[in-house]
Design a protein around this ligand. Structure first.
Ligand SMILES: Cc1cc2nc3c(=O)[nH]c(=O)nc-3n(C[C@H](O)[C@H](O)[C@H](O)COP(=O)(O)OP(=O)(O)OC[C@H]3O[C@@H](n4cnc5c(N)ncnc54)[C@H](O)[C@@H]3O)c2cc1C
Length: 423
């Protein structure tokens, strides 16, 4: 055999898998189809790379939803503190920011990529960029190697780790190849859907608010009129609809609801810190103390400027009406609007624009203790190619690093006898 393990894909999962395998002494080949590894890592976290999260294990796993259970073993072996220690040893110091998000102190995702490549090279990984794998070679139920485009002779190895990523941001190299190979050898592929995806809203309200970012709001998701989820934090209006951290995190369930043909509405609570009663008292006070001012002027103390015209339209209170003439019924309308500003979701952006792909290789067909396929011996999966995905906050990268580490840690090392053919 040419190598003891071939890792396909030089992203977070593949680099970590190759490093761990090589660290254990395995002759390791890492095949990356792009001109250099780590392209998605380089743009992650807006170029700052939110590489994990400081949340405790149970809370961490909860951020994956139902697919999180599969990761328990991987996290048990290699979790956030191990990852932080790994990077510290590699010269990348980290810092914990708001929401437990962990970033490199330098705020440079490239430092993370460089450290991984350096560690891989130090351990003797043969890293080959511009090497697009075409096919997995499987004989008698076990993997024996891979073929690479433009190369006549296949690479042979008794273990292959597929770490080809998802199907979003294809320009970073992740074009979904791993799903096709897995399916071809009998694996179930849970339907691919965009996760962490901006949402498209009906009408002109969002485009008129384009660029407006709201901090400290609560967004509720109504599916078929029923409240199904809510999240507090930051969101953003765009030319097509809404985005930002809480929208991306809520998008998973919105996408699934839309796919089921259900109507989805977002209800924005612009004053989540105030209950209806307290908000009413605040409005009364504002309207009283500014009795001679016009409605549109009073709103300046309550809302960002861009929202004022929308508020005026939707509360149906004339902009120039003076505050002391505003009736109790009108005030109730304003209060309701501030607590329940609605947007109808008409769709979502395409899979190519998702931060993460939901769906993928069904986890029930993969051994959670090793990441080895339960169908093909010697075949391993790591990272986003698996059917796991989480909220924003560093959880997805930790899953890629942990499953990569576990796969690299699990490939069998041949004995000296096997290597020399018993000579
Ligand atoms: C814009 C953006 C920002 C993000 N920010 C964060 C963040 O801050 N924190 C976080 O936790 N998550 C973030 N994510 C998600 C996170 O980046 C991914 O979940 C993670 O990179 C997945 O790692 P992976 O190794 O499985 O796949 P990838 O990083 O996608 O790596 C797969 C690699 O396989 C290679 N490959 C594919 N097919 C072949 C083939 N046929 N032959 C050879 N090589 C192949 C690709 O070129 C690629 O290099 C972000 C995603 C995006 C798109």
């Amino acid at each position: 055999m040419d190598y003891q393990v071939i890792v396909i894909g030089g992203g977070a999962a593949g680099l970590m898998a190759a490093i761990r395998a090589a660290e254990r002494g395995a002759r390791t080949l890492l095949l990356e189809k792009m001109d250099r590894p780590g392209r998605k890592l380089r743009i992650s976290g807006k170029g700052r790379c939110n590489l994990t999260n400081a949340a405790p294990l149970e809370e961490f796993i909860a951020h994956f939803g139902p697919t999180g259970r599969f990761l328990r073993q991987a996290f048990h072996r290699f979790f956030a503190p191990d990852l932080v220690a790994f990077f510290e040893e590699s010269g990348v110091r980290t810092v914990v920011e708001r929401g437990g998000r962990v970033f490199p102190v330098s705020s440079q995702a490239q430092d993370v990529v460089d450290a991984l490549v350096r560690r891989a090279t130090e351990h003797g990984v043969n890293l080959r960029p511009r090497s697009p794998v075409r096919r997995l070679l499987v004989a008698e139920g076990r993997v024996v190697g891979v073929t690479v485009a433009g190369r006549a002779r296949p690479f042979r190895a008794p273990a292959v780790i597929v770490a080809t990523g998802g199907a979003s941001y294809p320009r970073t190299g992740s074009t979904g190849d791993g799903y096709r190979w897995a399916e071809a050898v009998g694996h179930t592929i849970v339907p691919l859907r965009p996760a962490l995806i901006p949402l498209v809203t009906a009408g002109t309200v969002a485009p008129r608010l384009q660029g407006l970012s709201l901090r400290n709001v609560t967004v509720r998701v109504l599916v078929g009129g029923k409240r199904t989820a809510e999240m507090f934090g930051e969101m953003l209006f765009t030319h097509f609809g809404v985005s930002g951290p809480i929208i991306l995190s809520l998008s998973r369930l919105v996408v699934d609801a839309l796919r089921n043909g259900q109507a989805v509405t977002l209800s924005l609570d612009l004053k989540p810190a105030l209950d209806e009663h307290t908000l009413d008292r605040r409005l009364l006070r504002d309207l009283d103390s500014q009795g001679k001012r016009q409605y549109r002027t009073v709103l300046k103390g309550l809302l960002p400027a861009k929202l004022i015209p929308i508020c005026i339209e939707q509360t149906r209170i004339p902009a120039r009406k003076v505050a002391h003439q505003i009736t109790a019924r009108e005030r109730a309308r304003l209060r309701r609007w501030l607590k329940d500003f609605r947007l109808t979701v008409s769709g979502h952006r395409p899979l190519a624009e998702a931060l993460v792909t939901a769906g993928g290789v069904a986890t029930r067909e993969v051994n959670p203790r090793t990441m080895e396929s339960l169908l093909v011996r010697g075949l391993y999966f790591a990272g986003e190619v698996l059917d796991v995905d989480a909220d924003t906050g560093g959880y997805n990268l930790q899953a890629a690093f942990s499953t990569g580490w576990l796969a690299g840690n699990s490939i069998p090392l041949e004995t000296e006898d096997e290597r020399t053919g018993g000579r």
